[in-house]
Design a protein around this ligand. Structure first.
Ligand SMILES: [Zn+2]
Length: 233
């Protein structure tokens, strides 16, 4: 079978050393979803494709291969997002976002891909925004783009305006105390109003992000950033 050459816009979500100087990179393509490729010789000093095997690198990759076994032959970098390394919180948040994209991209997810780029761009350059607020936006975006948008302002059953405590149930989404069922997850009032866009302290934001990552797990089956979220508390 003839080797094929494909050109894809992709981001590196993981990279592990292989043999003496190669790396196996996991790429998520905008239109292709997740695939793996070998970046040959990139651990050698002065290797010209070193950056193409760095997690967070976003670029136009040229891959050649067959039967899903690819080798990176070229990469034109579009963005490195390397500014996130200046702050440890932002760095960890960026890796949480990469992990989410990786795990959700068994099938191509162009919209989640774009939301991930926005999140990484904000973490790298929007220094006026708090990293936990950027993560909150990202988690809400994931819920929306995976077809699980939640309304935190109104009860999913009786449609009343939510004011005090609220609850999450698999079946009905976010509901009021009158409509909750025995196994609903409680959502504290400060967490709920923060998710609706009102200001909150860092602790509340951290709790909200744990809750949202839990809801992502409940609704998509994908567990993300377990370590990242508990570290924030
Ligand atoms: Zn209700």
């Amino acid at each position: 079978m003839q080797a094929e050459t494909i050109k894809i816009k992709a981001i590196v979500t993981r990279a592990v050393p292989y043999r003496e100087s190669d790396m196996i990179v996991t790429l998520v393509g905008v239109e292709e979803g997740r695939l793996t490729a070998t970046a040959r010789g990139c651990l050698k000093p002065k290797a010209k494709l070193r950056y193409a095997a760095e997690p967070l690198n976003f670029g136009e990759y040229v891959l050649s291969g067959k039967n899903g076994k690819y080798v990176v032959t070229e990469c034109n970098q579009i963005e490195s997002f390397s500014a996130v390394t200046a702050d440890l919180d932002r760095y960890y948040a960026a890796f949480m976002a990469l992990e989410a994209l990786d795990k959700l991209s068994r099938e191509p997810q162009p919209r989640i891909f774009m939301r991930t780029l926005t999140c990484l761009g904000d973490l790298a350059y929007a220094t006026d925004k708090d990293s936990s607020a950027i993560v909150t936006e990202f988690l809400k975006d994931i819920l929306t783009e995976s077809g699980n948008a939640l309304d935190f302002g109104h009860c999913g059953v009786c449609r009343c305006d939510l004011e005090e405590e609220a609850y999450f149930s698999d079946r009905d989404g976010v509901v009021c105390k009158h409509c909750k069922s025995f196994d609903s997850i409680p959502i504290p009032p400060d967490v709920r109003s923060y998710i609706c866009g009102r200001p909150a302290d860092v602790q509340t934001a951290a709790k909200a992000n744990i809750l949202l990552s839990n809801l992502v797990y409940q609704m998509t089956g994908v567990r993300i950033g377990a370590h990242y979220f508990t570290e924030q508390l």
